[in-house]
Design a protein around this ligand. Structure first.
Ligand SMILES: Nc1ncnc2c1ncn2[C@@H]1O[C@H](COP(=O)(O)OP(=O)(O)O)[C@@H](O)[C@H]1O
Ligand SMILES: [Mg+2]
Length: 387
């Protein structure tokens, strides 16, 4: 059995807009020194087809959705509890050694413009099944304080990825978000300025969501593995231009988005505009969607964080080799790195961020960055469901 004290072990559980499944991590936060976080174990728990279909259906209005959402939330909670049990078994830990689990839940609607965001979750069930304190509902307080409720990962990116030079972090999940980090401050500078204010972050547009959608529709399966299909096609300039016309892309931050905007109808509307008779080869559409994701990320970095000297990519999109090649082309002179090369594997970053946010909750420390979300104030995020 591990001999860490309870104080430094946290769990983070994330399931993002890709709807691929749950990523759960067990993390240790050393009291002092580097690195600020150490991964102890990771479990990926893929959604069963039935649950994925239920979550997918709930992204837009459906009949009897309150009941369906409550049932799906309980399935999600049982999957989360299983993933947590597996983490503990792998690490040889008991629940009592874990301070808390930060459980994000599954976003099914994200409407900060209407004052809400909905993450399906059943934290009481997770607490009951795991006998671990659960921290959940991280986004609501930021929205209550006038923010977008997203992205919440930039504060964590700042804690773990800050370098001696300005750097951009790109998380390519279903949606892509960017964090712009300034160079690490000298001790003298730190005394006079708030570092959090100079971190920027926002959702820049789709990540894998359209790439996954087109692949699922025409080739089946959850994703264009390694970008192999897109690699065989050619990006179509007219379709690319139509997609880039989307007003969200040029709107100034703070901004956040989701499947509420980038859904199948959005893609089909653009396709109908450019290619009403369906002459475009399917593989060229796949190449265009991959180029579109790379182009929106590249242009967001050029426009909002032009001083970045490197780009660190995390999230599942880091495993799409064609997307990474296109992103390197879009970023031209600056190196594009996989987050694994700077210490944290792409699939671990978001889970670790929610472990970190759970720890911030227990410490009574704000988790949001007002400069990122647009909230009026820093706020402690989340609510606790005791074991
Ligand atoms: N080997 C791979 N090749 C291509 N795409 C991949 C690969 N591995 C993961 N992905 C992409 O990453 C997505 C999952 O990324 P993730 O960071 O979990 O996103 P989210 O946070 O939205 O769930 C998958 O849906 C898929 O599009
Ligand atoms: Mg995922």
């Amino acid at each position: 059995m591990r001999n860490e004290t309870q104080d430094d072990l946290y769990i983070g559980v994330m399931s993002g807009t890709s709807l691929d499944g749950i990523d759960a991590v067990l993390a240790q936060f050393p009291a002092a020194g580097q690195p600020p976080v150490r991964l102890i174990a990771h479990v990926h728990h893929a959604f069963a087809d039935e649950l994925r279909a239920a979550l997918f259906a709930l992204q837009s209005p459906v009949e009897n959705e309150l009941h369906r959402a409550a049932v799906a939330a309980q399935h999600l909670a049982r999957g989360t509890a299983q993933a947590i049990a597996e983490l503990l078994a792998r690490a040889g830990c008991t629940p009592t050694q874990v301070r808390a689990a930060g459980v994000h839940g599954q976003t099914i609607r994200h409407r900060p413009d209407a004052g809400y965001t909905i993450q399906l979750n059943a934290p009481a069930v997770v607490a009951e099944l795991t006998e671990i304190d659960v921290i959940a509902d991280f986004r609501a307080r930021d929205i209550a304080a006038g923010g977008e409720g997203a992205p919440l990962v930039p504060a964590f990116h700042d804690a773990v990825f800050r370098a001696d030079h300005p750097r951009a972090i790109v998380n390519i999940g279903g949606i892509a978000n960017i964090t712009g980090l300034p160079a690490r401050r000298s001790v003298a500078e730190s005394a006079t300025a708030s570092t959090a204010d100079s971190v920027l972050g926002f959702d820049c547009g789709p990540g894998n969501v359209l790439i996954d959608l087109w692949h699922a529709r025409h080739r089946g399966g959850p994703c264009d593995r390694d970008g192999a299909w897109a690699a065989q096609g050619r990006s179509d300039p007219a379709l690319l231009a139509a997609l880039l016309d989307e007003p969200f892309l040029s709107a100034p931050p703070p901004k956040s988005t989701g499947r509420d905007l980038f859904h199948a109808d959005w893609l089909d509307r653009n396709l109908a505009r450019v290619d009403p008779h369906g002459h475009l080869a399917l593989v060229d559409v796949q190449a265009t969607l991959t180029r579109f994701t790379a182009a929106t990320i590249g242009s967001a970095i050029r426009q909002h964080h032009p001083s970045a000297q490197d780009v660190v990519v995390c999230g599942g999109g880091a495993y799409n080799a064609t997307l990474m090649r296109m992103l390197r082309e879009e970023c031209a002179a600056i190196p594009v790195l996989d987050s694994g090369s700077v210490g944290i594997a792409p699939e671990h970053v978001e889970g670790l961020a929610f472990a970190w946010l759970a720890r911030a909750y227990l410490a009574g420390t704000p988790g949001n960055l007002p400069a990122v979300t647009g909230a009026r104030h820093p706020r402690v995020l989340g609510a606790r469901y005791p074991r």
